[in-house]
Design a protein around this ligand. Structure first.
Ligand SMILES: *Cc1c(COP(=O)(O)O)cnc(C)c1O
Length: 357
């Protein structure tokens, strides 16, 4: 039976990416040595990181004046990097979920971190609108896709202050206008690579403005100066990143990824809305994520939750259990998820409906 991985992260990767990584771990570049055991200073690995940086710039149309970094620590470490490097007195945060709230908590250690709006009162089932961004903030922090709650900002926002975005779970899934952001970061393990590497795209001229001393490793400029090679970078996850970036390019780039993301999401949301056994959890349909599709049993079918989970799992639908803070189900439909995977899930939901009608 074919298995489809709907897990939220670490998550599905294209088969050719996994295969290329496995091969490089046995014999990297025909050197007769494993990628795991060679120096990151070899010219062979330098070529990997150079091509990965170049492909990020090409695929996202990154303008001049920005740097692309591959760091360790995960997106969670960026929650403190960002205020450390950018916040002199005040920063503004949009609270759209658990990750946004964690980012805000870190910023409070560094100064006045204001929550401009929050959807916590409705268990983050929508994205707040109509808020004011304080013009004296050093930056405005957003989470473009809320992995746990299944809400997503589908457009680049206009802001009077520099925008910092956590794009852990939707990077490369929609066309973005990078110049509308001062800094973009994310853990790679959702839509790009295995766990262990964090991507950062930063506009160089926003750095160096804070008065506090910065520890060497926390200062983005250290990593810009050394091309992400100040210390040993996570070589295997970066290699996997490169393979995914090549795969995105071969498959039509980000516009093609966006088209497929919309198609997968439409298929699944249509079924959630049609099937009387299920209900979507996001209250404002315009905010529905194309990457993490959250749904629960209909109100009069709650007792069937465990049964559906087991039923779906037995049909090869892996990782659809919802996050404990939402319950129900979450189908993560990242770039590598084929449309057939979503069709198989839809067929499973229909079969479950027939079984119980
Ligand atoms: C997964 C996730 C994180 C946390 O990433 P780590 O790399 O595990 O620290 C942060 N933000 C968002 C939006 C995520 O989906």
């Amino acid at each position: 039976m074919k298995k489809y991985n709907f897990g939220a992260g670490p998550s599905i990767l294209p088969q050719q990416v996994i295969k290329a990584t496995v091969e490089a771990c046995t014999d990297f570049d025909g050197l007769g040595l494993s990628l795991m055991e060679i120096s990151h200073r070899t010219k062979n690995f330098q070529a990997v990181i150079d091509e990965a940086v170049a492909l990020v710039k090409e695929l996202l149309n990154v303008p001049e004046g920005y740097s692309v970094l591959f760091l360790g620590g995960g997106a969670s470490t960026q929650f403190c990097y960002v205020p450390f490097n950018l916040m002199e007195k005040k920063a503004a945060y949009l609270n759209t979920g658990v990750w946004a709230k964690k980012a805000l908590k870190e910023a409070k250690l560094f100064g006045e971190a204001v929550e401009v709006a929050s959807s916590a009162d409705a268990n983050y089932s929508y994205i707040p609108k109509g808020y004011d961004i304080p013009t004296d903030a050093d930056y405005f922090h957003i989470t473009t896709n809320n992995t746990i709650y299944g809400t997503e900002l589908h457009t680049d926002i206009d802001s009077p202050v520099p925008v910092v975005a956590d794009m852990s779970s939707d990077i490369f899934s929609r066309v973005i206008d990078v110049k509308k952001y001062a800094l973009i970061y994310g853990g790679a393990q959702k839509n790009l690579s295995m766990a262990g590497v964090t991507f950062v795209i930063v506009r160089n001229d926003i750095l160096g403005k804070v008065s506090r001393p910065l520890p060497t490793m926390i200062d983005y400029r250290t990593h810009i100066d050394k091309g992400s090679m100040f210390n040993t970078p996570p070589v295997v996850p970066i290699y996997t990143c490169l393979q995914t970036l090549r795969w995105i390019k071969e498959n039509g780039g980000v516009p093609a990824m966006e088209k497929l993301a919309r198609e997968r999401a439409r298929l699944l949301y249509d079924e959630i809305d049609r099937n009387p056994f299920f209900r979507g959890t996001v209250t404002d349909k315009a905010d529905r994520s194309y990457m993490n599709i959250c749904f629960v049993m209909a109100d009069d079918k709650q007792e069937l939750e465990t049964e559906f989970l087991e039923f779906a799992t037995s049909r090869g639908m892996h990782g659809i259990k919802g996050h404990r803070s939402v319950g129900g189900f979450r189908a993560s439909t990242y770039n590598a998820m084929p449309v057939e995977g979503v069709e198989a899930l839809v067929a499973t939901m229909q079969e479950f409906e027939r079984l119980h009608s």
